[in-house]
Design a protein around this ligand. Structure first.
Ligand code: HEM
Length: 459
């Protein structure tokens, strides 16, 4: 955050309260607050915080291009969150400079198109087996906790992707640890406001204990990998071998940071996206019908393979539109390491710039009637007529999501496999409200009823 008085140019700003700035509405609901600021002040706005500090909200897609592409060398990731540093360390998400470049290059080969197709092919079997478990709910009528279910499923897939197939036996232990981390995470969790409010000592102790449990489990994965062959090892084995081949082997701490980063980045976002997409489908029965028709016509009851996914065009549009409305990563935060021109203004060195995906994905100039769920916004014609950076669920620029293509494939795979078997409907009385946690989560949970679709596919 800018520790100095005023920016070099008078960037439009709401007044806020003396001394406290806009801290109260920002704490209450940062996503909605940023949306209102973007609507009222346009492309770039200064948001006054406590004690004369400010952050700068960049919302207009053409200014996002200036910030994240044209002037990317003047910015770094905002790593001022101690809890995030403790959890992820110097992995791909939080590292900078040469360390980051080396990691990105080494990791990139795990995300090549041929690799991705191979990954999706094994994922289908695990998803099928996981979804068998929902039969219990169709028989008993008990509602599913959809948020938790998709967390478990995507964690299993991310664990196998990163650690290898032996992760399945440790999945429950890992799930308990990640739940403990979630429940002791500082509030508010994502960087915008951290540093302004310290977590209670008890909460901090519980977080440290859960992170230590995680360290122990990940060290066990690494010890096992040291004794194993590369093929057994998922991305961990691949990274270890690639670094050794370069003559610059990773230390165990470096391997730990890569494993934890890829695992967390790989499952939490995907789980959120599955939870929100199934909610949207339950609220839009006609669109759900169309999705079911496409899945039945293209796949029948067959488990989709990598190449089948390309034919699921409507499933893809549904997922894209869901990622617009409920972007699992709702904001990006960057710090200027030197003065940075944006939109005719200058962000001074040390300023914090925020891009709210939530706000930009709702700008009416690009998204008429922005709250309406409409997968037709993503037909090739509609996309061709829209400036690309109006839609950035996987960010943009050199620090974009390395797993974006995989996430789309995995999301389509899960949507199709659920659609082949079940209908999910929001449980009566379930309140739905999006909340800005590390990812965008349903504040009151997401209980859903599940019905079998046995007749259609002869299951
Ligand atoms: C729907 C699912 C996903 C969404 C919406 C998503 C979104 C994003 C976004 C917005 C960023 C940029 C964050 C920032 O700049 O602060 C990011 C970075 C990243 N994502 Fe994803 N992600 C998803 C799935 C995945 C998956 C499946 C993986 C890996 C298996 C992954 C790995 C990463 C990594 C390692 C980074 C950091 C990249 C770097 O800085 O070089 N993500 N993701």
């Amino acid at each position: 955050m800018n520790q100095t008085d005023e920016p070099a140019d008078p960037i439009p700003a709401p007044r806020g309260l003396p001394y406290f700035g806009c801290i109260a509405p920002l704490r209450r609901n940062p996503m909605e607050f940023f949306r209102r600021i973007a609507l009222r002040f346009g492309g770039i706005a200064r948001v006054p915080l406590q004690a004369r500090r400010s952050l700068f909200l960049v919302s207009e897609p053409k200014l996002i291009k200036e910030l994240l592409l044209d002037h990317r060398a003047r910015l770094m990731k905002n790593t001022r969150y101690p809890a995030m540093q403790r959890l992820l360390g110097q992995g791909l998400l939080l590292s900078e400079g040469e360390d980051w470049r080396r990691l990105r290059l080494l990791t990139q080969s795990a995300f090549k198109p041929t690799e991705l197709r191979r990954q999706v092919n094994w994922m289908g079997g695990y998803v099928a087996r996981y979804l068998e478990g929902w039969k219990r709910n169709t028989e008993s009528g008990a509602a599913l906790d959809a948020e938790l279910e998709f967390l478990r499923l995507t964690q299993l897939l991310a664990g196998i992707l990163v650690i290898g197939p032996r992760f399945e036996a440790e999945a429950e232990e890992m799930f308990a640890i990640t739940e403990a981390i979630k429940n002791s995470w500082p509030v508010p969790p994502r960087g915008i406001l951290s540093g302004l409010r310290k977590p209670s000592p008890e909460r901090a102790q519980r977080l440290e204990a859960a992170c230590s449990d995680l360290d122990r489990l990940v060290q066990h994965f690494i010890d096992r990998q040291h004794k194993a062959t590369t093929e057994e090892g998922g991305i961990l084995g691949m990274l270890k071998a690639a670094a050794e081949k370069e003559g610059q082997a990773f230390t165990d701490k470096e391997l730990r940071d890569q494993v934890v980063t890829l695992f967390f980045a790989g499952y939490e976002t995907s789980a959120a996206s599955m939870c929100w997409t199934h909610y949207l489908l339950s609220a839009h029965p006609r669109m759900r019908e169309r999705l079911l028709r496409e899945v039945d016509e293209q796949l029948g009851g067959r488990t989709p393979a990598g190449e089948d996914l390309e034919r699921l065009e409507y499933v893809e549009r549904v997922l894209q539109e869901s990622l617009r409305i409920y972007s699992p990563i709702h904001s990006l935060s960057r710090v200027a390491i030197e003065d940075c021109p944006v939109g005719g203004f200058v962000l001074r060195k040390d300023s914090t710039a925020v891009v709210s995906l939530y706000a930009t994905h709702r700008l009416p100039d690009y998204w008429p009637d922005p709250e309406r769920f409409d997968p037709e916004r993503f037909t090739p014609e509609a996309c061709a007529g829209r400036y690309g950076l109006a839609y950035i669920p996987f960010a943009v620029g050199h620090r974009n999501c390395i797993g974006g293509t995989l996430a789309m494939m995995e999301g389509k795979l899960i949507l199709a496999q659920v659609a082949q078997r079940y209908l999910l409907d929001l449980a009566p009385g379930q309140r739905v409200e999006a909340m800005a946690a590390t990812t965008m989560r349903p504040r009151h949970g997401m209980r859903m009823h599940v019905r079998a679709r046995a007749a259609q596919n002869g299951r």
